[in-house]
Design a protein around this ligand. Structure first.
Ligand code: G6P
Length: 608
């Protein structure tokens, strides 16, 4: 997940781009670069490491032009070294990219061996494609229109050309791109924060739209190059809204923050040049996990459901027996603790009374405890033997969202590392999973687009008598979490079920007033989940299915079908969580409930 800034206007582009990149540094900070017009050419300066390194490098640089682009990178394809930093320059084309070109190997093969690459990125390929098209069309906009249909994946791109020195073209499919018009200037950025110091009037690009900047103005086109009328949004935030970054509620802001939160939790534990994981190292518990005969995952509420997803991952990848327990049950059931047990305790607040009691109980019998908390120096964090952090930043909404998906990402890393110390996963599989995890933040940005669907559907959904959430395997705990979200926020009856259990009871509940939310992404259980769905459909249930792009059978069986991008089975839960959070948020909002502070609940439950 990277940050993009472009500027065309009277001020010094170097300063504008650097300050924009600074506000986007949360999106990625392993390398950065700019390409700014100087003597009719785009002068490119890039640096490995944090933005401050680039800043230093740029101190002595001057540029006489008034247009430029910049980028702060979060590596997915290729190590975070200077040659992979953006912009990528090919025959006078300079380009910055956020996201992933899924078919890049295919497109690279099509270019043939005569095309030489100077980086390991998928982004450089797009620069080659556009450079080829510019040679044919001599038109930057047309070149982009011709290249766009060939790209698959979730991406946003900003490109300039030395032959068109007063132009920039931005286009996207998935991750956000925003264009703002200031006095005699145009800015393009991944996030409104980079634009706000210059203008409050912005245009949000939709997927497959193209913004063509020329001098001090810009126009928006569809993917075929036909002009579009776009509405201008005025960002007029009060102090309270500024804290919410313009979102109506903290919860919505936190839902939208998830791609960055997940990127942030992955960054310290992943070697992006080798696509390997190092998460156990700092916990001092590697040896314990290697020798463990049992892993016990214990937590409450949303953290418990994250733990259940973690249990599937640990068993499947690290081939170790895992038990999951709700803390308030574990502490009173006089559990028989297997030899060589290691415990993982999950608590975003780090203060939940039942989880803390379990921690103390386990320590008495000398079970090593790894804590996963969001709040550093909380009691659970302080008292555990090893520590990992969700690193989500403050979560204000009582119903947990970003802490949940960050925990899923962290547990995935942990399962990979436990697999590594136990030698149960071939290196190439670890690399494959790491690539899939690195792709997740950009994919999550794409999934956030379903906000619109739930915003509109909420008026109907709020009238249902109840909701059944179904999933199998790793998706089952997400069904439980989806139901919990709706209960917490909308105060409606909602249940999560293992889809295979439908015929053992819940089928009796189904009629035209019951909504069935089916999680059926492409994985080894997809066909089986479809059969469960047929059972619900035959009974007249209204079916909202969440599957993978191109699942036609699922789409045909469903009343509403939401397509997630293609991902590893183990990453699907992180993507599925988003529509379920948005469903609960919008239904609760449509019912007039306080979504940030639902009745009777608290963020941190320090009593039994
Ligand atoms: C409360 C919160 C939930 C949270 C649960 C466990 O019920 O409202 O959002 O999942 O406590 O909290 P913890 O801090 O231990 O993760």
């Amino acid at each position: 997940m990277c940050g993009i800034v472009g500027y065309s206007g009277p001020e010094n582009p170097k300063d504008v781009i650097l300050s924009g990149l600074k506000s986007l540094e949360y999106r990625g900070y392993d390398s950065a670069g700019v390409a700014i017009l100087n003597h009719g050419e785009f002068k490119r300066i890039r640096a490995e490491g944090k933005l401050s390194t680039l800043q230093k490098k740029l101190e002595s640089e001057t540029f006489d032009g008034h247009l430029g682009i910049g980028h702060t990178r979060w590596a997915t394809h290729g190590a975070p070294v200077e040659k992979n930093a953006h912009p990528h320059t090919v025959r006078g084309i300079s380009l910055v990219h956020n996201g992933i070109i899924e078919n890049y190997l295919e497109l690279k093969d099509a270019l043939g061996p005569q095309t030489k690459f100077t980086s390991d990125t998928d982004s450089e390929l797009v620069a080659h494609l556009i450079a080829d098209e510019i040679e044919r069309t001599h038109d930057l906009l047309k070149a982009v229109v011709n290249v766009l249909p060939r790209l698959q994946g979730a991406y946003s791109i900003l490109v300039v050309s030395k032959d068109h020195p007063d132009e920039m073209v931005a286009f996207k499919n998935g991750p956000p791109l925003i264009v703002g018009s200031a006095q005699g200037a145009v800015l393009v950025a991944s996030d409104v924060q980079a634009i706000l110091p210059y203008t409050k009037k912005v245009v949000y690009l939709n997927d497959l739209e193209i913004a063509h900047v020329k001098g001090e103005s810009f126009k928006v086109f569809d993917s075929l190059g036909r002009p579009l009328e776009k509405s201008v949004t005025t960002i007029d935030w009060t102090a309270e809204q500024a804290k919410k970054e313009g979102y109506e509620h903290f919860m919505l802001k936190e839902i939208f923050e998830q791609p960055r939160a997940v990127a942030r939790v992955l960054a310290p534990h992943v070697d992006v040049s080798k696509h390997t994981v190092h998460v156990l190292e700092g916990t001092g518990l590697s040896e314990r996990f290697r020798e463990a005969e049992r892993i016990a995952v214990i937590a409450c509420g949303t953290s418990f459901y994250a733990g259940q997803v973690g249990a599937y991952l640990l068993e499947k990848l690290a081939k170790v027996s895992v038990t999951t327990d709700i803390a308030s049950e574990f502490r009173y059931r006089e559990p028989v603790i297997a030899k060589n047990t290691v415990a993982i305790l999950i608590s975003q607040s780090g203060e939940t009374a039942d989880t803390l009691a379990v921690l103390r109980q386990l320590k008495k019998v000398k079970v090593p405890v790894l804590s996963i908390c969001n709040v550093k120096n909380s009691t659970i964090d302080r008292e555990a033997d090893g520590h990992l952090y969700m690193n989500s930043g403050p979560e204000v909404g009582v119903a947990s969202t970003k802490a949940f998906t960050s925990t899923l990402a962290l547990l995935h890393l942990l399962a990979l590392d436990v697999a590594k110390v136990r030698s149960t996963l071939p290196l190439q599989d670890e690399e494959r999973y790491v690539r899939a995890l690195l792709a997740a933040p950009a994919q999550m940005e794409t999934v956030l687009a379903c906000d619109k669907f739930f915003g509109e559907a909420a008026a109907t959904l709020k009238n249902f008598k109840g909701f059944l959430y179904m999933g199998r395997g790793v998706n089952y705990p997400i069904a439980l979490e989806g139901a919990l979200k709706l209960k917490e926020l909308a105060y409606m009856h909602a249940e999560g079920y293992a889809a295979g259990e439908m015929k053992h009871g819940p089928l009796a509940l189904i009629d035209g007033r019951m909504a069935v939310v089916m999680l059926a992404p492409s994985d080894e259980l997809y066909e089986k989940t479809l059969s469960n769905l047929e059972e619900a459909k035959a009974r007249g249930g209204v079916i909202i299915s969440i599957g993978t792009l191109g699942n036609d059978k699922l789409r045909d069986l469903s009343t509403h079908y939401l397509a997630l991008p293609r991902a590893e089975w183990s990453v699907n839960p992180m993507l599925e969580a988003i529509p379920l959070q948005l469903l609960a948020y919008h239904v609760a909002h449509a019912l007039g409930h306080d979504v940030d502070q639902p009745r009777n609940l608290a963020k941190s439950v320090t009593v039994e």
